[in-house]
Design a binder for this molecule. Structure first.
Ligand code: UD1
Length: 358
């Protein structure tokens, strides 16, 4: 049985690694790894392969950056040829990025069943490109692996037959649990390089926050203000970096320490030791919940409600006064404490492998 895994953008790598590992013991399973090349900078891609122990991709489609239509179509065109040549038995897609939907569409139309890892998450906000990718991928996938029970509920509500849905837990947390000890060994060096005591960790890259000039200005102003009181460290995503430069907003960031995007291990260590994380990422809402670190999410909604219901996450939306107030509360020690959601136990990849191999 040939199983083909698709990765393309940074958040895919840590999800594919545990599934590939868990499939290794099955002698009848052969695996192929296809990288679409959606992310291509060394610090957005290569460093993750090295640190996560992922094999070199068998194929790189080298699609690069472009508009959604051009990027999605570019992946589809190049991937169709690969599927026709290799005829895998299953194509495994991860998360909600353009690489996920592009390859799911091609495979399904060629009659190759798709399994979606991290199925069923919904923000119910169709202005988000990722929500469109999630909805369509889940409608056409043959197997849907969900990280939490809300995913099952959403899929059933959308008419997905129950026998296609498998609640397996969170593969991203498999990787976190495996690599946390290695990440901890990075901490002393990080702490001295960046002179870290109490600090806030920032990541922002969602189009709704950084492509909108007014919003970007508002967020940077608020962060800069927080930065006068709490050192802020911001490993900046290329999209955000380009936007700050394009609009010449450097003068709003004098109290924010920008650094290059970090590798997996350094970023995990930085999360673990942060006093607060301010983000608009999906995965970081989950990782901070697992680590028990307070997380303020600069979005109106989340496709990961469990991180709010039982985790350490709080939505602050576009309300920058609320962001500042929430940071104050956290520093005063009055943030809610969270719990780890069920099945976020390091075994999700093994559950997926067992189902697929059977
Ligand atoms: C993508 C995903 C998003 C995910 C994020 C994680 C989609 C629709 N979005 O967003 O869900 O949270 O990845 O990082 O798939 N760029 C570089 N170097 C790179 C990659 C990108 O400079 O290695 C720049 C490009 O100039 C591009 C911009 O970043 O214009 C955005 O890249 P893109 O892949 O389109 O989307 P992301 O914002 O990274």
């Amino acid at each position: 049985m040939l199983i083909m895994h698709i990765v393309g953008a940074r958040p895919n790598f840590m999800k594919a690694a545990p599934v590939m590992d868990a499939l290794k013991p099955y002698p009848h399973v052969q695996q192929m790894l296809v990288h679409t090349g959606q992310h291509y900078d060394a610090n957005m891609s290569a460093v993750f392969f090295k640190e996560l122990g992922l094999p070199e991709p068998d194929i790189n489609l080298e699609v690069g950056s472009a508009s959604h239509a051009v990027q999605t179509a570019g992946i589809m065109q190049r991937f169709e040829q690969i599927v026709l040549e290799t005829r895998p038995d299953w194509v495994l897609v991860y998360g909600d990025v353009n690489s996920t939907i592009a390859t799911a569409l091609v495979s399904t139309k060629l009659g190759i069943p798709v399994a979606h890892v991290e199925a069923g998450l919904r923000s119910f906000d169709r202005r988000m490109p990722e929500e469109i990718n999630r909805l369509i991928t889940d409608q056409i996938a043959a197997k849907l692996f969900t990280p939490s029970a809300d995913g099952d509920k959403n899929l059933l509500h959308e008419g997905v037959p129950a026998q296609k849905i498998h609640l397996v837990g969170n593969v991203m947390i498999d990787t976190l649990i495996r690599l946390l000890p290695a990440a901890e060994t990075r901490w002393p060096d990080l702490q001295s390089s960046y002179a870290l005591q109490q600090y806030g960790l920032i990541t922002l890259h969602r189009p709704s926050n950084v492509d909108d000039l007014d919003m970007l200005r508002k967020i940077l102003t608020a962060l800069n203000n927080i930065g006068e009181r709490l050192p802020l460290i911001f490993p900046v995503h290329p999209r955000t970096h380009h936007k700050i430069a394009e609009h010449d907003l450097g003068h709003l960031t004098t109290h924010i320490q920008f650094i290059e995007p970090l590798g997996y291990l350094d970023f995990l260590a930085m999360q673990k030791h942060a006093a607060v994380i301010i983000t608009d990422s999906g995965g970081i809402q989950e990782e901070s919940t697992y680590l028990g670190v307070p997380c303020l999410t600069v979005r109106e909604n989340t496709e990961r409600p469990i991180t709010i219901e039982i985790g350490t996450n709080q939505l602050v939306g576009q309300d920058m006064a609320l962001l500042r107030l929430s940071v104050e509360k956290i520093l005063a020690g009055s943030h809610k404490s969270g719990q780890i959601p069920p099945l976020w136990d390091g075994q999700a990849g093994k559950r997926i492998a067992k189902i697929l191999a059977a």
